[in-house]
Unconditional design. Structure first.
Length: 210
């Protein structure tokens, strides 16, 4: 089974959670690898995914579309006088799914980040047709971002497999403590788990049963 990981914003912790999921799946004996189709600025995220995937893939297999400017793929391509070809990324995904049982795809930025002049990350995810997992930066203000993201996913006819609350910072406040309760009240998707700040391994059953 394959999944697409998106986030409520660019600092939600998508790569961090993606790596933990891959490692948990592999630890449970699954053939799981990660895929970061688009990366901008540097390749730290693809390198982290490469390590989590057991080093069985090259960086280019994990990240077929790379732009040097730290911006959205569309803006980075404009500044570099080039274009983004989503088909290259799609073919990279199909190459991995032909060889591996679980491919965890991580988007860039948030759900609707622009890729080309006409296509966003959400459009790209829709062409893959995968269940979507939303990584939430669990902080004050995340409720609006999460509700908008999940509802957009569902309005496209895609399956939102659930959300993961990520504590990007060590501090806890009333918002981060209560956000799970509120989201469960407003959404019809499960909270798959919570990742605490600095956590290096997840053992909640939902992660292993993806």
């Amino acid at each position: 089974m394959h999944y697409f990981i998106t986030g409520t914003d660019t600092d939600a912790g998508k790569t961090y959670v993606t790596c933990l999921l891959i490692e948990a799946l592999r630890l449970a004996g699954n053939d799981a690898v990660g895929f970061k189709p688009f990366a901008c600025g540097d390749r730290r995220d693809p390198l982290a995914i490469q390590q989590a995937s057991g080093g069985v893939l090259t960086v280019e297999e994990i990240n077929p579309v790379f732009l040097k400017v730290p911006a959205s793929p569309f803006a980075a391509a404009l500044l570099e006088n080039t274009t983004v070809d989503p088909e290259i990324a799609r073919q990279g995904f199909y190459n991995l799914t032909a060889k591996h049982s679980h491919v965890i795809v991580e988007g860039a930025g948030g759900w609707e980040v622009p890729l080309t002049g006409k296509e966003t990350m959400a459009d790209f995810a829709a062409t893959l047709g995968l269940p979507i997992i939303v990584v939430v930066n669990n902080k004050l203000g995340c409720l609006n971002h999460t509700l908008l993201t999940v509802k957009n996913i569902q309005s496209r006819g895609l399956i939102c497999a659930g959300i993961i609350l990520n504590y990007a910072h060590d501090e806890r406040d009333a918002a981060s403590i209560s956000n799970r309760m509120v989201l469960q009240q407003y959404l019809d998707v499960p909270v798959l788990g919570e990742v605490m700040h600095g956590e290096t391994q997840i053992d909640w059953p939902d992660a292993l049963s993806l």
